[in-house]
Design a protein around this ligand. Structure first.
Ligand code: SAH
Length: 333
């Protein structure tokens, strides 16, 4: 997924689906080759899993995953999407001679009644920024609980979330400290807003100062909606002497049913994806020496008013050669 509703300030349900109606957002996702080629490999290289199976594509968009599944031998594919992009998907499926294999249904997955009771495989590309932004995983879980046959498979079926810390002095100055003095005026009231908003951006792998910590592993086959509200500890270790200006987070995705498991990462060390990384600036820089650790607790929950938004809290403490820090930082994305 590629939705950045937060930037526009529009967060209504209508806006959410409208934003997927234009081909531009789908262009960004299709052109994300790490994303799309991973899905394709997981489907094309596993014809033995797809042969003669009933497949459900949750949020089919332009129909790309449905067509991969049909080409991989599925008996029939049902593609569901609420957005008007499905009108294009119908044309595309037709233009590719796959209408007899793929049925596209416009509607909210939560409300749609499929013409079959059960499906063998669910495919979906539901991942948002910081993995969980937009909460589309909730929709996949509804589809799973309603339609997945016992022993059925989900593509992808594993997600792992990571945290690390970075040196980012120059950019922090540009994005956060900028508000201290705007043409001679005190704009620091905006600074306190800006620091609360995680920044979705690409981070140079060389900026990463610490070891990564996998703080959350999600098994899509078994996870419950309530598990997506969580508080977890983390511990990261400085790999050199440096300053820390922010935490960053990213996720890896796994298709482990495959004959040869397919994985991709959205981390700073991996090839660019449209998910980039998510940056959480700390109020003060932390001076770390090689081997010193930052310990903390990260909480994540859907926002009470708009459940597609996320409230993220990072509490951390550091006891180092160059000082001690204890902070409580609240973010909203
Ligand atoms: N599968 C496509 C599109 C992924 S983007 C691809 O891989 O390129 C996610 C899509 O899910 C969007 O088109 C969005 O409209 C749709 N979507 C999100 N939540 C939905 C819901 N609850 N019901 C139906 N469609 C949904």
């Amino acid at each position: 997924m590629a939705n950045n509703q937060g930037e526009s300030g529009l967060t209504s349900k209508d806006y959410y689906f409208d934003s997927y109606a234009h081909f531009g957002i789908h262009e960004e996702m299709l052109k994300d080759e790490v994303r799309t080629l991973s899905y394709r490999a997981s489907i094309y290289n596993n014809k033995h899993l797809f042969q003669d199976k009933i497949v459900l594509d949750v949020g089919c968009g332009t129909g790309i995953l449905s067509m991969f599944a049909a080409k991989s031998g599925a008996k029939h594919v049902y593609g569901i999407d609420m957005s008007n992009i499905i009108i294009q998907a119908r044309k595309i499926v037709d233009d590719n001679g796959l209408t007899d294999k793929i049925t596209l249904i416009q509607g909210k997955m939560e409300d749609v009644k499929l013409p079959v009771d059960k499906v063998d495989i669910i495919i979906s590309e539901w991942m948002g920024y910081f993995l969980l932004y937009e909460s589309m995983l909730d929709t996949v879980l509804v589809a799973r609980d309603k339609y997945l046959a016992p022993g059925g498979m989900i593509f992808p079926d594993k997600a792992t979330m990571y945290i690390a810390a970075i040196e980012d002095g120059d950019y922090k100055e540009e994005k956060i400290d900028y508000w201290d003095n705007v043409y001679g005026f005190d704009y620091s009231s905006i600074k306190s807003l800006a620091i609360k908003e995680p920044l979705v951006d690409t981070v140079d792998a060389r900026a990463v100062v610490t070891t990564p910590c996998a703080f959350r592993e999600i098994d899509i086959l078994t996870v419950q909606k309530s598990d997506l509200t969580f508080t977890v500890p983390f511990k990261i270790t400085a790999a050199r002497d440096d300053y820390v200006h922010a935490f960053i987070s990213w996720f890896d995705i796994g298709f482990t049913h495959c004959h040869k498991p397919v994985h991709f990462s959205t981390g700073p060390h991996a090839k660019y994806t449209h998910w980039k990384q998510t940056v959480f600036y700390t109020p003060e820089a932390i001076t770390v020496k090689n081997g010193e650790t930052i310990e903390g607790v990260l909480s994540c929950s859907p926002n009470g008013i708009n459940p597609r938004d996320l409230d993220i809290v990072i509490d951390y403490s550091f006891n180092g050669n160059h000082g001690s820090i204890k902070e409580h930082c609240e973010f909203k994305m």
